[in-house]
Design a protein around this ligand. Structure first.
Ligand SMILES: Cc1cc2nc3c(=O)[nH]c(=O)nc-3n(C[C@H](O)[C@H](O)[C@H](O)COP(=O)(O)OP(=O)(O)OC[C@H]3O[C@@H](n4cnc5c(N)ncnc54)[C@H](O)[C@@H]3O)c2cc1C
Ligand SMILES: *[C@@H]1O[C@H](CO)[C@@H](O)[C@H](O)[C@H]1NC(C)=O
Ligand SMILES: *[C@@H]1O[C@H](CO)[C@@H](O)[C@H](O)[C@H]1NC(C)=O
Ligand SMILES: *[C@@H]1O[C@H](CO)[C@@H](O)[C@H](O)[C@H]1NC(C)=O
Length: 427
């Protein structure tokens, strides 16, 4: 019997996995359930680093993605008077993130759309070729998982619209705050998996101001707050707020309304200086405001019986690493690859997925905690030393990397002939 798979979440990991599973064996029945009433395309610039590029190339999607990449040329660190303290350029995709800007960056919504459309296009093409011999690929928007119960051979799922279904495998691709993870692993393990950075972040966009170009700007305010604006020559400016101030207060806002969340960030930034009042006015009107407590997800094991975690739900690295998409694509590729290689022996495939993911997860989640404390100075002295170091680093950058012409060595994805990928087919 071909596999019957439920994927929870149509973000980045979900549609990528759906495509790979269907391409390898078109007779599989795949349902993607998404809580949002339509494709959720909010979000800002995200990086395509390390394995993200070779995997997209294998999938034949790199060209489609590259065509939509934004063109940020670097970042300026500015002070309250908008004086440039330091400037950084672009990090090549095959290297660790040394600066804010990566070689390939794309708006989250464009990435989600490319992956979603690729899965539907593949579905239509396979239907044409195979007719009734084909399984189904179904996107179910505005619905979510209410309950799970499993035995050794499958999972019974209760949906919020009242329907029920039984699946050989349930994939949690529902992001950092995955509810599927909580349902499958229990509340205690779910709580313990969240490793907070002690930083709260808000993201939104607002109309571009005159004079904003292809460089991002980062401003560090007293009171452990940072503001980043990114434009990349787009009509809208992306605003990112990162704060370590009054974290207890912010911790309590995520169950409140969007208005209350905006208000809490506005209060937090009230006296931050620089262009803050203009940026907070923009937040008021923003339709794509999104905020969260930043943290990594660390699981002992990526599956519980027949429920498996892919993407942020299993190993969120935080946006600071720029490795979220890389983790999603790596996980989708390895899980689809192992399911196909192990001849649909789901349990064996989940075990090897779990083992094979260890190294790429470690690489994605690597970040310097020492640097983090440094990046959020609470005192004037800290702020001064940070600015000095940033200035010195930007001056020394060309020397620091001299002689390092080779890319960093990273884990590299194995080949899976079982996935029947046709890189030349394109989107
Ligand atoms: C609205 C939004 C904005 C973001 N903005 C940024 C950003 O600006 N910069 C950045 O680096 N990262 C951002 N991220 C996170 C980024 O997308 C992830 O780090 C990374 O791409 C991992 O993707 P994922 O597919 O694992 O999860 P996500 O991209 O988080 O996608 C998860 C999907 O699952 C859906 N979902 C959640 N719960 C349920 C449920 N119970 N049932 C069904 N569906 C559910 C969500 O609506 C979403 O579509 C954002 C995420 C979201 C959801
Ligand atoms: C970025 O630059 C490339 C090459 O110049 C171009 O093809 C692409 O359209 C640009 N992207 C955006 C979003 O402007
Ligand atoms: C697969 O999906 C199709 C279309 O939704 C459905 O008719 C069929 O019964 C499903 N097969 C299995 C084994 O669930
Ligand atoms: C998990 O965290 C939530 C929210 O902080 C809390 O209400 C709950 O009691 C915790 N549950 C367990 C089992 O630790």
């Amino acid at each position: 019997m071909p596999l019957k798979v439920l994927i929870v979440g149509a973000g980045i990991a979900g549609p990528a996995l759906a495509s790979l599973l269907q391409g390898a064996d078109p007779s599989r029945n795949i349902t993607v359930v998404e809580r949002f009433p339509s494709l959720r395309t909010a979000g800002q610039q995200i990086d395509l680093k390390n394995q993200a590029v070779p995997i997209l190339k294998k999938m034949g999607l790199f060209e489609a993605v590259a065509a939509q990449c934004v063109n940020e040329t670097g970042v300026q660190i500015v002070d309250a008077q908008n004086q440039v303290i330091a400037q950084f350029g672009i990090s090549p995709s095959g290297q660790r993130r040394r600066t804010l800007t990566s070689e390939h960056e794309i708006m989250r919504g464009d990435m989600v759309r490319v992956l979603y459309e690729a899965s539907l296009k593949q579905d239509a093409k396979l239907k044409q070729e195979l007719g009734d011999n084909k399984g189904a690929l179904t996107y179910d928007f505005g619905n979510s998982v209410e309950g799970l119960s499993q035995d050794s051979e499958g999972v019974d799922v209760k949906f919020s619209d009242g329907k029920t279904g039984r699946y050989d495998l349930v994939v949690a691709a529902d992001g950092q705050t995955s509810r599927t993870r909580r349902l499958a692993f229990g509340e205690a393990e779910n709580n313990a998996s969240f490793k907070s950075l002690g930083i709260h972040a808000a993201y939104y966009s607002m109309p571009r101001a005159q004079g904003e170009g292809s460089l991002a700007k980062a401003y560090m305010a007293l009171g452990s707050r940072m503001i980043v604006t990114r434009n990349s020559e787009q009509p809208m400016t992306q605003v990112l707020l990162f704060t370590m101030k009054d974290t207890e207060k912010l911790g309590a806002i995520y169950k409140e309304s969007l208005e209350k969340q905006k208000q809490a960030f506005a209060e937090n930034y009230e006296d931050a200086g620089w262009e803050t009042s203009r940026l907070l006015n923009g937040m008021d009107a923003a339709k794509d405001f999104y905020c969260h407590e930043m943290g990594q997800i660390k699981m002992q094991q990526l599956h519980k019986g027949r429920v498996v975690l892919v993407g942020d739900s299993g190993y969120c690295p935080t946006p600071f690493t720029g490795m979220g998409v890389t983790g999603c694509l790596t996980g989708a590729y390895l899980l689809a690859g192992e399911l196909s290689r192990q001849g649909e022996d789901v349990d064996k495939a989940l075990q090897s997925y779990n083992e094979m993911m260890r190294q790429p997860i470690d690489e994605c989640q690597q970040m310097s905690t020492r640097l983090m404390g440094f990046a959020f100075p609470s005192s004037r002295l800290g702020l001064w030393s940070l600015q000095t170091v940033l200035w010195a680093t930007s001056k020394l950058e060309p020397y620091a990397y001299r002689g390092r012409t080779q890319d960093d060595t990273f884990w590299s994805p194995p080949d899976y002939p079982e996935l029947k990928l046709k890189p030349e087919a394109g989107l």
